[in-house]
Design a protein around this ligand. Sequence first.
Ligand code: MRU
Length: 349
Amino acid sequence: MIRPIAWNGEGVVLLDQRALPGEERYLTLGDWREVVEAIRNLTVRGAPAIGVTAALGIAQAMRTPLSRDRDGMTAFFSEVCRAFAASRPTAVNLFWAIDRMTRRFERERERDPGGVADGLVNEALAIFREDIEANEALGRHGAALVPDGARILTHCNAGALATAGYGTALDVVRAARDAGKTLHVFIDETRPVLQGARLTAWEMQKENIPATLVTDGMAGALMARGKVDLVITGADRIAANGDTANKIGTYTVAVLAREHGLPFYVAAPLSTVDRTLAGGADIPVEERDPGEVTCFAGRLIAPEGIAVWNPAFDITPGRLITAIVTEKGILKPPFDKALKTCFDEAGGS
Ligand code: MRU
């Protein structure tokens, strides 16, 4: 299994995704501030992976052996959570994980600092394990949507690298393959950070899943030639009505899928759903460094000084989504009703 995140008993260890596919290098992060920076600089990325890493990073911070009274410990916990919350704005799994760690801290805070830290490590490891379990479950559910012989287009990387393990959209693909289906994956390269070309292509090779890399602009031609049967992507935040934030370019692919009469599926754990937001217009979209667009492999590829717009995500309206695959099953429109029922049955968590 590809393991992008680990806990070594003292702190966080990350597979450095910036170095892939050229080098498989693990970084042991000695200080929680390095964990915050690793989220910001895309050493680790993908919504569930960001949430799991933040939880472990918070636990790591609280293990710092400083003598503090209870108020000092509470102030430090808040400072750590604020730093993680400011690392990336769009993936709601980050805020979901911080909330869960905060609830655990509130239950543990009467204990001595060592006891509080142990409780937080246990909570973070539970979040880690539950992410893997959710992915395995959603993969099993989603495999039913993939016909034998399917040609599947995916965008960005929603694989093992983007989670604690197995992945979301790519776990659906893997589960379908493991169920004995023949399939072929088309991978959008996913400009400007190339999560498709660098990460999804690497994962597909590791998993021995037949795959073809295309540039983002080729998706329409591929569909027009009848070479795609379905599209599946992950998500960074799903609003109460099913509107979905995911990697920039996802919306374009969803519009193309609708034009060509193809199903467009989103695969995500319930920790990616933000029921506090009625619709996608309220989802905060991260804007990143213009250098991601104007430079390639360290070389300038556009005239210096050109204006750049570089949103990292876009919003696909729920009306373009055929179904949302979760660990609790496959949700069909209308998504506001389906999500509400799903959360009510899951106990509102
Ligand atoms: O900027 P990134 O690489 O963190 O963006 C990742 C994506 O958009 C993924 O598709 C999404 O997080 C789902 S990962 C299971």
